[in-house]
Design a protein around this ligand. Structure first.
Ligand code: FES
Ligand code: FES
Length: 152
């Protein structure tokens, strides 16, 4: 079946089974490979994208459920809070291997959009589901605080 998606403000048509994970559609059919596959079981957060501004695990979200919704991937996360997060990530050299960082950044943007001044506890709570094998958690927390300070 053909589905028309709104991805990063653009119409994207994909030919897929209704229950294909959105992650597959984004990576394999729309060539948006910034969003990563980690566990495929909603356990690691590497596949996090925004659906109408809310973070979702795209590895377990069916492409058919995304029709008519606004999808934002790491490629389309620009300006405002997203720009502040990107800058803080670069300034503090957060990434190590980088594999988890798309999910980390998308989760951080969603956190700051709902809570512009998060405490350490708020950050730990919001980010706890996004795993980093390189243990960059301290830099992630510092970068979120830096981004929050820059947009205040
Ligand atoms: S790949 Fe989706 S949560 Fe791990
Ligand atoms: S930077 Fe390597 S898994 Fe997070």
């Amino acid at each position: 079946m053909e589905f028309e998606l709104n991805v990063n403000g653009q119409s994207v048509k994909v030919d897929a089974e209704p229950d294909m994970p959105l992650l597959w559609a984004l990576r394999d059919l729309a060539d948006l490979t910034g969003t990563k596959y980690g566990c495929g079981m909603a356990q690691c957060g590497a596949c996090t994208v925004h659906l109408n501004g809310q973070p979702i695990r795209s590895c377990v979200f069916p492409v058919s459920g995304a029709v008519g919704q606004s999808i934002t991937t790491i490629e389309g996360a620009e300006g405002g809070v997203a720009g502040a997060v990107r800058k803080a990530w670069m300034d503090l050299a957060v990434a190590q291997c980088g594999y988890c960082q798309s999910g980390q950044i998308m989760s951080a943007i969603a956190l700051l959009q709902s809570n512009p001044k998060p405490s350490d506890a708020d950050i730990d709570s919001a980010m706890s589901g996004v795993l980093c094998r390189c243990a960059t958690y301290h830099r992630i927390r510092a970068a979120i605080h830096a981004a929050a300070a820059s947009i205040s």
